[in-house]
Ligand binder design. Structure first.
Ligand code: GRF
Length: 202
């Protein structure tokens, strides 16, 4: 399945998807990486892996303008599924509707808890003992949408937000390739706004 990864920063999740997709039986191909920032560190990683890239400066475009450019790139590359991987721009209802059930995101918390930003600090502030990450289909409401897969990590005494972020990120790098494989192979699908799994690829 021709898949694009949308990034804004370091792109470590994108790199994890690229590495997984190099495996012979993997059901998705990362065929395009798009960045909302021309200086995103992830662009060099994608180029080193031989993946076509496109970069736009979100500051130079309004939201419809940026999304039009992104959409053109996706169409030109024949992309069928889009993975948000640290893409830090809100997407318009138009774009989200256009990619309905073909647009997935990774969020660094166990949704529906801790939507939004600064999840690791907020987890520490609340004294929560289990944290993690979620891959979900994107819906209009931010950090909502049918959950495809989740991974949990412990919160340990002495953790700082940075230490916790690193532990969660390691879990993200395992979870996202797993979740993408479920979606791309047809083993995960949306039924009544929940994801159900089946053994049969469809
Ligand atoms: C990840 O923690 C992701 O969940 C969050 O932003 C971070 C992106 O990291 N939305 P990277 O760009 O994939 O390294």
């Amino acid at each position: 399945l021709k898949t694009a990864a949308l990034i804004s920063g370091g792109g470590s999740n994108m790199a994890a998807l690229v590495a997984a997709a190099k495996q012979p039986d993997y059901p998705a191909e990362i065929a395009l990486v798009i960045s909302s920032r021309p200086d995103a560190g992830g662009l060099a990683k994608a180029e080193a892996a031989g993946i076509p890239t496109a970069a736009f400066d979100h500051k130079a475009h309004d939201r419809p303008g940026l999304e039009r450019l992104v959409d053109e790139e996706l169409a030109e590359a024949g992309i069928e599924l889009v993975c948000l991987a640290g893409w830090m721009r809100l997407l318009s209802p138009y774009f989200i509707e256009r990619w309905h059930n073909r647009l997935i995101n990774i969020h660094p918390a166990l949704l529906p808890s801790f939507k939004g930003l600064h999840t690791h600090q907020r987890v520490l502030d609340e004294g929560v003992k289990i944290h993690g990450c979620t891959v979900h289909y994107v819906r209009q409401e931010m950090d909502a949408g049918p959950i495809i897969a989740q991974a949990a990590v412990p919160v340990l005494d002495g953790d700082t937000a940075d230490i916790l972020a690193t532990r969660v990120l390691m879990a993200e790098h395992m979870l996202y390739p797993h979740a993408l494989a479920l979606v791309a192979s047809g083993r995960a699908r949306v039924e009544g706004e929940h994801v159900v799994y089946s053994g049969q690829p469809s």
